[in-house]
Write a protein that binds this ligand. Structure first.
Ligand code: CO8
Length: 258
């Protein structure tokens, strides 16, 4: 399928979605969000794709929601169309692992979109921020909620109230991103991480993802209980038998996703 605002490719077991509105620094227009949702649907349905990578350009992952598109909206427009609900959170519904590869600006909705992914790998030129307050508005796609869970109250307040940007180093130190790599190596390094995950048992990777995400949705006691139940369930899989047998036999496992 051809898209106007994104590029889509597969590389082995990895599906790559590249946000592609270079003239607008990948501003997240409604068309882009529609395209992104359709591409995610297609990758989720494609059994050959086991991990999804979401990325942008060297200059911008995404510089936020499209300000030109939303500037004239009235309260009633926003309320009646439930602005941002439709499509935006599609990435959070993905069952396959999704990695955000962020170079350049990840601002406003761009930062929020990256935080919806399962992990963020940043190029050394990445810049993150929630600058909505500078536009007389505020984060609307999880910025006040996910950023606070990632970096804690004080820094989330700092970012959302001042609208300043943080660089990759600060983002790594405060746990927003899992790794920083040189810009020129971003694609290769992210593909290596994606391929490493793609070689695991997909159902087990999906269970791990669900369990980690549960930590954000529930109490510690409930999360531990959920984890224990899913851990028990892994013993019903062929891949658990294969993984442990392969270890004992000192060979690489050959998972079958069963
Ligand atoms: N929306 C629309 N167009 C944009 C956006 C954007 N978010 N960001 C940049 N552009 C456009 C510029 O208007 C410019 O277009 P043109 O050439 O036609 O004038 C082009 O991209 C290049 O931008 P600049 O010339 O400004 O590039 P610089 O390198 O000088 O600056 C910056 C880069 C610092 C990233 C700057 O462009 C900037 O500050 N952009 C806006 C960042 C921002 O405020 N983002 C938050 C947007 S609000 C938001 O995301 C709310 C999310 C709420 C939930 C989601 C709702 C949908």
């Amino acid at each position: 399928m051809a898209y106007d605002t994104i590029l889509v490719e597969t590389s082995g077991k990895v599906g790559v979605i590249t946000l592609n509105r270079p003239k607008a620094l990948n501003a997240l227009s409604s068309g882009l969000i529609r395209d992104l949702g359709a591409a995610l649907d297609a990758f989720e349905a494609n059994p050959d794709v086991r991990v999804i990578v979401l990325t942008g350009s060297e200059k911008a992952f995404a510089a936020g929601a499209d300000i030109k598109e939303m500037a004239g909206k009235s309260y009633m427009d926003a309320y009646l169309e439930d602005f941002i609900t439709l499509g935006w959170e599609r990435v959070t519904k993905c069952r396959k692992p999704v990695i955000a590869a962020v170079a350049g600006f990840a601002l406003g909705g761009g930062c929020e979109l990256a935080m919806m992914c399962d992990m963020i790998i940043a190029a050394d030129n990445a810049k993150f921020g929630q600058p909505e307050i500078n536009l007389g508005t505020m984060p609307g796609a999880g910025g006040t909620q996910r950023l606070t869970r990632f970096v804690g109250k004080s820094k989330a307040m700092d970012m959302c109230l001042t609208g300043r940007m943080m660089d990759a180093d600060e983002a790594w130190k405060c746990g927003l991103v899992s790794r920083i790599v040189p810009l020129d190596d971003l694609r290769d390094e992210v593909m290596k991480i994606a391929e490493t995950i793609a070689d695991k048992s997909l159902p087990i990777a999906m269970m791990v993802k669900e369990a980690v995400n549960t930590a954000y949705e529930t109490t510690l006691a409930q999360g531990i209980h959920y984890e224990r139940r899913v851990f028990h369930a892994t013993f019903a899989t062929d891949d658990q038998k294969e993984g442990m047998t392969a270890f004992i036999e000192k060979r690489q496992p050959s998972f079958t996703d069963r």
